[in-house]
Design a protein around this ligand. Structure first.
Ligand code: WT7
Length: 651
């Protein structure tokens, strides 16, 4: 199929870090020919080192790569202190509350707040280098202060997305043996106050969180809450008396910076570990290369700090690049579907980065909202988290981007720390729905298990065949799981390489199109959900014997969850009631975003003789497609017919 290409405009190219494909190719060839030299050429200048590193890359003990060893730095200084002399009065964080309240926090102000917070954590709570701190916060500037304060004193933060349940908080506290939880009373959503703190209370009340000594609470919505004596303290009461001076901890390049838990195809979420120097280098470089960040820009990423996109592209990347980063508290539909477009107009946003699911929703609900606003400040649009369909792309491109802004379709993962495959807006001819080419320095390849490149136009496995600076450094507390999860499937030249879990296809131009996960990980509204995790939760309903969760296409969410459930009793209530009951359990054990849209109660599941559920067959049944594949290898082929009948009956 011929795809239309959109070429970069001249003005953008002229001022971009990478100006054309020639330059792109030169950079990528540099990396291919002299990998360490390539990274060294950026790392030595882009980072303000306290002490220069002595070795670029140490890959002698793969998959445990080490970058920039011997180097010393502090991420909070990279994000704040080094900007103060020239840009102290520049807005670092431009916050807008859902009710319309605005805060412009300059770099000077950010420095004071982060230093005070660092002093509080260190002096009052005794948090020191290497301690883990769980952060469960809404989208308010204090969330960024907490992250940066942890970085400043060398504590390892582990943010739990505000949509997660108390069980999820508890699991993460226990896995990381965190010493402190930082939360807020709550915030505003859909125009009303909502609460977060009760979920922390619940998590701690369930027991097992003995590592937690204190809970620090930021007041945002000033709603009433119960405080536990001797455990809970209010940030706002303590922070003013703290000193504005704080000497940043000296961090080694490979000291851990943060953990972020993410779902895989098996078991409980994994604590993805990112370390100091490599992560911050790539966060900053991709801001320059992919978003073309310039001093006067007002950059907005609509993600939540609870996800990796919020870590790298709301807080660390933009601040390391000395940019103005916009942070919004609420939902895109309050008070109406024009909220985001109004914000782009009001703040003269230049780069706008969001998820395809949001674009689809806003297109559907507010097709003519964008034209009420002046969106001419926009220079670059971005998408992340899932493939973007042509219809959503066209609307985004024409109605938001005025038909002229390049759209950077950025492919990456929690584990990659930053962008891996994306157009560079001044150089790469863009193709709708395609992440295009690896960013210079990134060796992304579509191969088979043995490392043979997949022929043009055929599906293969998306691997990164050399370690990169912002690569996951480990799964917290479980090196074996790290090896098995990421380096167990693919080899190149006989050596294990990083496999993303995604399938992809390469075209004649070398452009990479992501075809979706090859494992049991699902993607609902850009949220990553492991089937094992949801199934474990469904299994906790006492009337459930077994279940299998799959995703099926959804026109707004991208995918939605369908659960096939086997009951363990004959005398059961109405299907509808059981479905509700199960979703209630999922909501408390995982989070509301993992609830299933559809339940099909079945007498059995299609299993191979070795007991593996063939989810492919369930996907076909759910979407009413014909099963053409051979099912004779199933333990009990007749079960398929029974599932089809049950599905028809219940739809
Ligand atoms: C998975 C990673 C990266 C931050 C947000 C999600 C899917 C990500 C794209 C894209 C198609 C994409 C992949 C990937 N994904 N970006 N541009 N096109 N699919 O981070 O929760 O770690 O999920 O999201 O399947 O493996 P995450």
């Amino acid at each position: 199929m011929e795809h239309k290409l959109f070429y970069p405009n001249k003005e953008l190219s002229a001022n971009a870090a990478v100006k054309n494909m020639n330059e792109y190719n030169k950079l990528q060839n540099f990396a291919k020919n002299d990998y360490e030299g390539f990274w060294d050429s950026f790392a030595k200048d882009k980072i303000t080192w306290k002490k220069p590193y002595t070795k670029g890359l140490d890959d002698s003990n793969m998959p445990f790569a080490k970058w920039f060893e011997g180097g010393e730095l502090n991420v909070s200084e990279q994000c704040i202190d080094r900007h103060l002399e020239k840009n102290g009065e520049k807005t670092a964080i431009l916050f807008e509350g859902e009710l319309g309240d605005i805060q412009k926090i300059t770099y000077n102000e950010l420095s004071r707040r982060v230093n005070k917070t660092a002093n509080l954590l260190k002096n009052r709570y005794g948090i020191t280098k290497g301690d883990r701190v769980v952060i469960y916060m809404p989208m308010i500037p204090e969330a960024a202060y907490m992250m940066l304060a942890c970085a400043r004193i060398g504590a390892i933060h582990s943010i739990v997305f505000g949509g997660f349940s108390s069980d999820a908080i508890r699991d993460r506290i226990m896995n990381a043996k965190a010493k402190l939880v930082i939360t807020a009373d709550g915030a505003y959503r859909k125009g009303k106050p909502y609460m977060l703190k009760p979920a922390v209370d619940e998590a701690l009340a369930k027991g097992g969180c003995d590592s937690i000594e204190k809970v620090l609470i930021v007041k945002r919505n000033n709603q009433e809450m119960t405080l536990v004596d001797g455990r809970d303290e209010i940030y706002n009461d303590l922070i003013d008396s703290m000193s504005e001076d704080n000497e940043a901890e000296v961090m080694q390049s490979e000291d851990p910076l943060f953990l972020l838990y993410t779902s895989g195809s098996t078991g409980k979420p994994k604590g993805v570990q990112h370390n100091t120097a490599g992560y911050i280098l790539w966060a900053q470089m991709t801001m320059e290369w992919v978003f073309d960040i310039k001093p006067a820009d007002i950059y907005w990423c609509t993600a939540d700090v609870g996800w990796i996109t919020g870590h790298t592209y709301i807080v660390y990347g933009p601040l390391a690049a000395g940019a103005t980063t916009v942070m919004y508290e609420g939902i895109p539909l309050f008070p109406d579907a024009g909220r985001w477009w109004k914000m782009i107009q009001d703040h003269k946003i230049t780069q706008f980065y969001t998820a395809p699911t949001a674009i689809r929703m806003l297109h559907k609900i507010g097709d003519d909202e964008p034209k009420k606003y002046d969106l001419s400040s926009l220079r670059i649009l971005g998408t992340v988290g899932e493939p973007i369909n042509p219809e959503a792309w066209d609307w985004y491109h024409n109605k938001i981007g005025g038909g002229t802004c390049p759209i950077v379709d950025t492919w990456w993962q929690t584990e990659t720390g930053g962008h891996m495959i994306s157009p560079l807006p001044g150089a790469t001819p863009i193709q709708a729905g395609c992440a295009t080419l690896p960013i210079p320095g990134i060796m992304a390849e579509v191969i088979d298990e043995d490392g043979t490149p997949t022929p043009v136009g055929e599906k293969g496995l998306l691997c990164i065949t050399r370690p990169w600076p912002s690569m996951i450094r480990g799964v917290w507390g479980d090196p074996e799981r790290f090896k098995k999860s990421y380096f167990g499937d693919c080899k190149k030249d006989g050596k294990p390489v990083y496999f993303s879990g995604d399938g992809a296809m390469v075209d004649e131009k070398g452009y990479i199109t992501i075809t979706g996960r090859t494992d049991d990980v699902m993607n609902v509204s850009g949220h990553r959900i492991g089937s094992a995790e949801v199934e474990a939760s469904i299994g906790n309903a006492d009337f459930v014997a077994e279940s299998a969760v799959i995703s099926q296409p959804h026109d707004v969410k991208g995918e939605s969850l369908t659960a096939f459930v086997i009951l363990n009793l004959h005398d059961h209530g109405a299907y509808e009631d059981m479905a509700k009951e199960i979703n209630k359990i999922i909501r408390t054990e995982v989070g509301a975003f993992s609830m299933c849209d559809r339940f099909i109660f079945v007498p059995g599941l299609p299993k191979t003789r070795s007991g593996k559920i063939m989810r492919r067959i369930l996907r076909l049944i759910a979407t009413d497609e014909e099963i053409t594949q051979d099912i004779s290898t199933l333990e009990d082929p007749s079960v398929v017919k029974a599932i089809i009948e049950a599905t028809k009956e219940q739809s």
